[in-house]
Design a protein around this ligand. Structure first.
Ligand code: KG4
Ligand code: ZN
Length: 340
């Protein structure tokens, strides 16, 4: 069973071919960073146009490199949502058109389910049930996953997503876009105990997050320094990163205790953060639970995670539905369960 995956939800065009017996056959990623960096963030219209330019040539390249003929592909999986509407529509239109031309089914995938499946690309399959920590540019959620395709929200951010907070703090610190990796890199130069930032919403019980107060605290600390040096900025980056990581760790501990589940699965761009990975690794030893991370290259958006999620949802493949749907907002809890 071979699935072509197409990811176009935001600022990365990801195309991949996954085969259930051969594994990941090819995986191409084109990042639009150069298109958007002059604007300090993603410009939706430019993103859509760039996906249009890149998608078909990348699909062609993958077919050529893997010597695959269309009749060897069993289905096309594409990101149906959530994401930028124009960007999603590009992927959806191309996927549905090719599926019609090649007479194969297409399946619309939830982007965050794709992120969650990314761990399966490199590790042995994660056993259910598990707690999922989804941390990306648009999401910060803790989910209870009792069986394939079943998601119950345990907690989520009331305001900014973790990645969004990283990106905004990067701007404050005069760093470029995308900000998360740059804040993380600057934080490695920061002093450990110079600043102690608040761990939001950890004093009271509950699994929700809020990062906007932490952002304001970061801004106030920076302003109080008047003419901050490079070292000041690095110290602030470190304090901010430590606050985010510890907050997430506290909430994960609670979610694991509340569910009694033995495994934590990380997903989304922020799961590439070294301090977060190390902190949850320590937690796994303390609590004697399993922690499963995607390979670094599959933490941020990619086509491979969409292709493998397409395989997970093979029972929903549709050959004769030609409607092109994009869902900019799409709660994961609306997904159909897949338990047999
Ligand atoms: O999953 P993703 O590629 O796209 C979305 O679905 O949003 O996540 C992108 C987010 C960005 O906010 C980026 O700054 C953040 O993930 N990110 C990181 C790191 N790498 C990416 N945040 C902190 N540390 C990192 N190493
Ligand atoms: Zn993503």
């Amino acid at each position: 069973m071979r699935v072509l995956g197409i990811e176009t939800s935001c600022d990365e065009t990801g195309i991949a071919l996954y085969d259930d017996s051969l594994g990941l056959m090819a995986d191409l990623l084109y990042s639009q960073i150069d298109v958007h960096k002059a604007y300090g963030g993603v410009v939706p219209e430019l993103a859509s146009r760039d996906h249009i330019r890149k998608c078909l040539p990348m699909i062609d390249q993958i077919l050529t490199e893997t010597e695959t003929k269309p009749d060897q592909i069993d289905a096309i999986a594409f990101t149906e949502g959530p994401g930028l509407i124009g960007a999603l529509l590009v992927g959806a239109s191309i996927a549905k058109s090719l599926a019609l031309a090649w007479n194969i089914p297409a399946i619309g995938i939830h982007h965050m389910e794709g992120h969650l499946q990314a761990t399966q690309l490199t590790e042995t399959p994660t056993q259910y049930p598990f707690v999922a920590l989804l941390v990306s540019g648009g999401h910060t959620q803790l989910m209870a996953c009792s069986q394939p395709g079943e998601y119950e929200i345990l907690g989520e951010s009331m305001d900014d997503a973790a990645g969004e907070a990283f990106d905004k703090v990067a701007k404050m610190l005069g760093l470029g876009y995308p900000g998360g990796p740059q804040v993380a890199s600057l934080a490695t130069q920061g002093a450990k105990d110079r600043f102690h930032f608040p761990r939001p919403m950890t004093q009271k019980p509950g699994l929700n997050f809020s990062f906007s107060g932490l952002k304001t605290h970061t801004m106030n600390t920076l302003r109080a320094l008047k003419d901050p040096s490079d070292q000041d900025r690095a110290d602030i980056a470190r304090a901010f990163e430590e606050a985010v990581v510890e907050t997430i760790k506290i909430k994960c501990t609670r979610a694991l205790a509340q569910t009694g589940y033995p495994t934590l699965v990380l997903a989304g761009g922020v799961s590439a953060n070294t301090r977060l990975r190390a902190s949850l690794q320590t937690l796994s030893q303390t609590l004697k639970i399993e922690v499963s991370y995607p390979d670094l290259k599959f933490c941020t958006d990619n086509g491979a995670m969409i292709a493998i999620a397409g395989l997970l949802r093979r029972s929903q493949w549709q050959r004769d539905n030609h409607e092109i749907i994009a869902r900019p907002r799409w709660p994961m809890t609306e997904l159909q369960g897949l338990a047999t």
